[in-house]
Design a protein around this ligand. Structure first.
Ligand code: PHE
Length: 347
């Protein structure tokens, strides 16, 4: 019996040395120490021994089992360590590899321009108001002194949804809304930026574009004058496009202002000498403006004998194009990342 045990011990030792993975080691453990294992088998044979032999052999078996357990445990630890080292070697991280780039977004040039306009006018005491893009004929035209059938309606090709509803062609609709909402007739100083829609589509026009509207109304004795309008627009245009520009007020026609003006600015590309951008005129048309028409005041709840003011409107997309030197308006809407990326961190 003793010899048998010693022999088994030697065999196990040998096998353990040969074993290279944890699974095989575990199999060996089961084979020797498991319920149906060899050592258990030997223990079972003890019942055939004489009572004197039993404690001696029992002792021996226990010792051998302890030894084997220690041996197997040690072998397991070694294998685990080896396995860990192998993994670490295999999974080496190459820190010299370039990492995948984090793509940063950037503010769209139109939003940048809108924010700049809003900041400027807020600093001059204006409110920023909002109005619906789906507008009624009443607010978009009628309350702005453009009754149905008025020829000036042809100035703006509209998207009508129903005979009464259309996509607003101008933010001027918000003029009427603001006046009508101000039942207390407190002074109005507001701007409204937002999307507008017209049926056109070429390099300088898009069927959807953005406008900013400005409206100032106060009591007659406060004397809101053309000079105020001129001064305000000068501050506005210089802030947007540069200090060394001049403005020119050209008489024009809008149904909701009287007198009406189109405001030109000296061409910022050629400085006024004449180039392709200004079509050799040295000037670029940039704004529509004028003193609020008495009919508009009257229609929207203001007595034109007691109140007066000015209004102006301009296309934000065009401003953004001039500001950033963008040559085709459609770039603003196709959202090509290569285009947008150029405005990263720009002011
Ligand atoms: N709404 C006019 C346009 O879209 C611009 C404008 C606004 C003119 C306010 C005068 C006063 O062309």
């Amino acid at each position: 019996m003793k010899e048998k045990l010693e022999k088994m011990k030697e065999q196990v030792k040998q096998k353990v040395e040969e074993i290279k993975d944890l699974q095989a080691l575990n199999d060996l453990r089961v084979k020797i120490l498991g319920k149906k294992g060899e050592l258990t088998e030997i223990l079972r044979g003890m019942k055939d021994l004489s009572p004197e032999e039993r404690p001696v052999v029992g002792n021996l078996v226990n010792r051998v089992r302890d030894e084997l357990e220690v041996l197997l445990e040690q072998a397991e630890k070694e294998l685990q360590q080896k396995e860990l080292e192998r993994k670490l070697n295999e999974e080496k991280i190459d820190i010299t590899l370039p990492s995948s780039k984090i793509i940063r977004g950037s503010k769209h040039p139109i939003n940048r321009t809108i924010e700049q306009i809003q900041d400027l006018f807020v600093s001059m005491g204006y409110d920023v108001v909002d109005g619906p893009e789906l507008e009624t004929d009443e607010f978009c035209f009628e309350r702005l002194n453009l009754p149905k059938g008025h020829p000036a309606r042809d100035m703006q090709d509209s998207f009508y949804i129903t005979p009464e509803y259309l996509l607003r062609t101008q933010t001027s609709s918000v003029q009427a809304r603001t006046m009508l909402a101000n039942t207390e007739k407190t002074p109005i100083r507001m701007i409204c930026t937002g999307k507008t829609y017209r049926r056109e589509d070429d390099a300088t026009h898009s069927h959807q574009f953005n406008q900013v509207e400005g409206l100032v109304i106060d009591k007659k004795e406060r004397n809101v004058s053309l000079a105020d309008l001129k001064g305000t627009l000068e501050v506005f245009v210089k802030e947007m496009l540069g200090d060394n520009l001049s403005l020119r007020f050209r008489p024009s026609y809008f149904p909701f202002t009287e007198p009406s003006y189109e405001v030109d600015v000296t061409c910022f590309k050629c400085g006024g000498k004449g180039c392709s951008l200004c079509k050799q005129t040295g000037w670029i048309e940039i704004l529509g403006a004028g003193m609020v028409h008495p009919n508009v005041l009257e229609m929207n709840g203001y007595d034109p004998k007691q109140y007066g003011g000015f209004a102006f409107g301009t296309g934000i997309d065009r401003l953004a194009m001039f500001k950033y030197g963008i040559t085709d308006m459609r770039y603003l809407y196709t959202n090509d990342v290569r285009f947008l990326k150029q405005f990263d961190r720009m002011d």
